[in-house]
Design a protein around this ligand. Structure first.
Ligand SMILES: Cc1cc2nc3c(=O)[nH]c(=O)nc-3n(C[C@H](O)[C@H](O)[C@H](O)COP(=O)(O)OP(=O)(O)OC[C@H]3O[C@@H](n4cnc5c(N)ncnc54)[C@H](O)[C@@H]3O)c2cc1C
Length: 813
């Protein structure tokens, strides 16, 4: 075994071998994979080997497509058969709600280049002869569905990597990992030590244990999973003889089943509701090639449905039941990327669909390690989407929920209950008493809307029970004044003598003067967005000396801290702190907002003394607050930041002051309706690391000419010169009873040309709004667009100026 390597990859399952292959293919050949046993000694060997392109997140779906297309290449490179059978498949719907969901999947496929086609149950039965068409209302055909040999694929990755110069050390168990003072990693094994610049945790079933070696508690949990294999079936033999082809794959969502041919019989797997975690606290090191005891009672309810939906199963015997464990993150997507606070330590774990996702994970991670960027939008897989709040108990609750819902529909207005409430702010009970319906963002409970007595969310793809109430909340803001809780924003404090110069380099905007705020896009080296913030210069206002305040997307706190910390100078001249729950927030907005604030404070908040984008310290009632004159509602408004111990007092002072002005509460759904009619984008939707500032319409906040050489400046100047490829645009949709959610295709002139990033109903303007990206060549057309919604194309008109307050008179008043 070599004593030094650029990279040590820990784990020889399908994921570790894919990472090794991709590193070597990308040019890093001084890489070694350490496997404690034979390759495939974790989940990989007993997998059912199914693969498909469908994923709830379009960016993950793209990587799944990449993975499936890769098998041919690694087979040729390695000479190792992968056993790929691209049979195609049918996705089956037994209810109308499921069919609506499938239509959304077909629609997304159009711009992802995934060929999907809606077919009738009878057409599905012609393709998959075992199903009873009477049990279904519709289906979708997917040509990129199939199965493979799990061991063959893993060995093909490993052999191809070796051919490119990588090394694989089997029977080499990593026992400890220690960071040296020079930043290199000592990887200590039962056969000696390797010193490496980078370590990749691809430990699969043992990823938690490998993480613990560096003090990391990863949010992953293994679940038992069962599939059965039948005796040979005459129906299968007859079909094979008649068509000369295998029986195609089927996913029966309502039965929570997946099926495929296995030799002369069938394989049927299920994600049962009464699921069971495996080794909740500690995966035993002596586990390897054994299977778990099957428990047919647990899967019996699913099998009953299966036998009804696929009647031929009633006449066949079960040859074998496989029960094996594999790991999940709380939301079921992988955990990939560099770990904040551990430079050179990377993870590639929690991969629950290794044969659909392993290739994409390897590609993204190798790009990230070698180029400094994953090269794709992989937010849905980024390990930074979780923070310290994703504890072991939280993970346990969420993984079990996610497993039991693997094939369930999640409606756009559906909030999942497991692991909640976890983080709450001091006004939680006060808002609950007013009818707050809660959602969750980065572990924190956030008020979505306020339900009148006896009304609650009815889950639907269409406008639902909250529609009338959201209209009222919007009217409260636009016609008078509304109050909302805004603690879910991420808040950062930047201090130190080097702070201004550092921010000037990190952010693409011009730095504001003391007491002022600005919108602040943050770019990567390739000139694309990596953040958008409100930056405030606290200057003399800051009690600890010169300081800066940043507010940004709450879900991206860890993501942004990882980026900030990577770029901090070593000399300690700049300090940045994520304030998290140390600072809570309230906001008031609407034409009467200033009247309320003036009544609640002794400070002068007149337009002359406290104009748009001013920031200052003032007491609200008795509570000391930092108040900024800005509002995401696009109206006259204020954001107030307050230490949690004062949040209730500030809330009560504002509500009391607002009484005579008719103050009411509004939640994040109303806020969405308000920001849409102002064309305001949001991080994670409109603003993502694949778009440039010009494309995203944030170029007006980029100080291209400023002296500081901000990160991404050269690339941003090129984008400005060459015009980029896309443009973010708002559309008014001729919708009937449903509005866009996000990820719907935008048609122009009979072809799919773009995609929706978000939208909804703008209650004040009484318009259904969609926001999305289209190629710049058609970005100035006003008509001819259509947006596909629940399987139907709706006419859409481009809306160039904001529907509300296009001249910014209200917010600057
Ligand atoms: C019953 C069942 C059916 C499944 N069906 C499918 C399917 O149809 N399609 C699909 O895509 N996925 C399926 N899966 C899931 C799939 O198996 C996983 O997604 C995949 O195997 C994860 O691979 P991995 O490399 O991350 O982890 P693992 O396969 O667990 O590999 C981790 C490796 O790391 C090694 N290791 C760990 N710690 C150390 C250490 N300290 N030192 C050295 N080596 C170490 C282990 O020995 C192991 O070989 C199924 C899983 C099960 C259990």
């Amino acid at each position: 075994m070599k004593s030094h390597a650029k990279v040590v990859v820990i784990g020889g399952g399908v994921v570790g071998c894919s990472v090794l292959f991709h590193l070597a293919r990308h040019g890093w050949t001084d890489v070694v994979l350490l496997e404690r046993d034979e390759l495939t000694s974790g989940s990989t060997w007993h997998a059912a080997g199914g693969m498909h392109t469908i994923n709830g997140d379009p960016n993950v779906a793209k990587l799944q497509k990449y993975t499936i297309n890769l098998y041919k290449e690694i087979e040729e490179l390695s000479g190792q058969a992968t056993g790929v059978h691209l049979t195609g498949g049918v996705l089956l719907a037994a209810t109308e709600a499921r069919l609506d969901w499938l239509r959304g999947v077909v629609a997304k496929g159009r711009y992802l280049g995934i060929e999907l086609e809606e077919i009738s149950p009878n057409e599905a039965a012609e393709l998959m002869p075992l199903l009873d068409p009477k049990q279904f209302v519709g289906a979708v055909r997917n040509k990129e569905d199939g199965h493979l040999d799990p061991s063959g694929v893993t060995h093909a990755y490993a052999k191809a990597a070796r051919k490119l110069g990588a090394e694989v050390e089997r029977f080499t168990k990593v026992e400890d990992i220690v960071r040296r003072v020079d930043g290199l990693w000592r990887v200590i094994t039962n056969k000696g030590e390797v010193v490496a610049e980078h370590v990749v945790n691809a430990g699969g079933l043992w990823a938690r244990e490998v993480g613990r070696m560096v003090g990391l508690e990863l949010p992953v949990l293994a679940m038992e999973h069962m599939y059965l294999i039948t005796e040979d079936m005459p129906e299968v033999a007859a079909w094979n003889a008649k068509t000369g082809t295998e029986i195609i794959h089927a996913v029966d969502f309502d039965g929570e089943l997946y099926l495929r041919q296995e030799r002369g019989g069938m394989l049927m797997g299920t994600y049962e509701k009464a699921n069971k975690p495996w080794s909740e606290y500690q995966t035993p090191w002596n586990f390897g090639h054994e299977l778990l005891a099957p428990d047919i009672d647990r899967i019996a309810p699913s099998l009953e449905v299966g036998f009804r939906h696929f009647p031929a199963f009633q006449n066949t015997g079960i040859k074998q039941i496989i029960n094996g464990p594999f790991t999940f993150a709380p939301d079921g997507n992988p955990l990939v990327g560099p770990v904040r606070g551990l430079p050179g330590f990377w993870v590639a774990c929690g991969v629950m669909a290794g044969f659909s996702q392993g290739g994409g994970v390897g590609l993204a991670l190798s790009n990230w390690m070698i180029e400094g960027d994953p090269g794709a939008d992989i937010w849905a897989m980024d390990v930074a989407r979780y923070g310290d709040w994703a504890t072991m108990a939280y993970t346990n609750a969420k993984v079990r929920e996610n497993y039991s819902r693997r094939f369930s529909i999640r409606f756009p207005n559906e909030e999942l209950p497991a692991g909640r409430p976890l983080k709450t702010t001091p006004v939680y009970d006060l808002l609950s008493a007013k009818g707050a319906q809660w959602g969750v963002a980065y572990g924190l409970e956030v008020p979505l809307w306020y339900a009148p007595e006896g009304v609650k969310d009815e889950f639907s793809w269409r406008r639902s029970s909250d529609f009338t109430q959201i209209a009222k909340e919007v009217a409260t803001v636009r016609d008078g004044v509304g109050l909302s809780e805004i603690s879910s924003f991420a808040k950062y404090k930047v201090t130190g003598e080097g702070a201004a110069a550092w921010l000037d380099r990190m952010l693409a905007c011009k730095l504001p003067k003391p007491g002022r705020m600005t919108l602040a896009p943050m770019l990567k080296e390739d000139g694309r967005l990596i953040g958008d913030f409100t930056l405030a210069n606290l200057g003399p206002l800051d009690r600890d000396g010169e300081g800066w305040f940043l507010a940004g997307s709450g879900i991206a706190e860890q993501y942004h801290m990882r980026w900030f910390e990577k770029h901090l100078p070593d000399d300690g001249s700049v300090r940045i702190e994520a304030l998290g729950a140390k600072l809570t927030g309230l906001s008031i907005a609407g034409p009467k907002a200033r009247d309320v604030l003036a009544k609640a404070t002794r400070s002068d908040v007149s337009n002359a003394a406290f104009p748009f984008m001013a920031i200052g310290r003032m007491d609200i009632g008795m509570a000391p607050c930092l108040v900024g004159r800005v509002s995401y509602t696009g109206d006259l408004g204020y954001e107030m930041w307050v230490a949690p111990e004062y949040q209730r007092a500030a809330f009560q002072a504002l509500m009391a002051a607002g009484e005579e002005f008719g103050i009411g509460l509004f939640g994040s759904r109303a806020l969405n309706a308000l920001r849409l009619e102002k064309n305001y984008g949001s991080w994670g939707r409109e603003y993502r690391p694949i778009y440039g500032p010009l494309e995203a319409g944030l170029d007006r906040f980029v100080a291209y000419g400023k002296e500081a050489d901000f990160i991404g400046k050269a690339a941003a100047l090129t984008e400005r010169k060459q015009g980029g490829k896309l443009r973010l645009r708002a559309f008014i949709v001729d919708a009937d009873d449903a509005d866009v959610i996000g990820d719907e295709p935008i048609w122009f002139d009979g072809a799919v040309r773009g995609w929706v990033t978000s939208g909804g109903y703008a209650h004040h303007s009484k318009k259904s709004v969609a926001v999305g990206y289209v190629p710049k060549e058609i970005a100035d057309e006003s008509d001819g667009f259509e947006i596909e919604l629940l399987g139907k194309r709706h006419a859409a008109r481009m809306q160039a100026t904001p529907l509300f307050d296009a001249n910014f008179e209200r917010m600057r008043a």
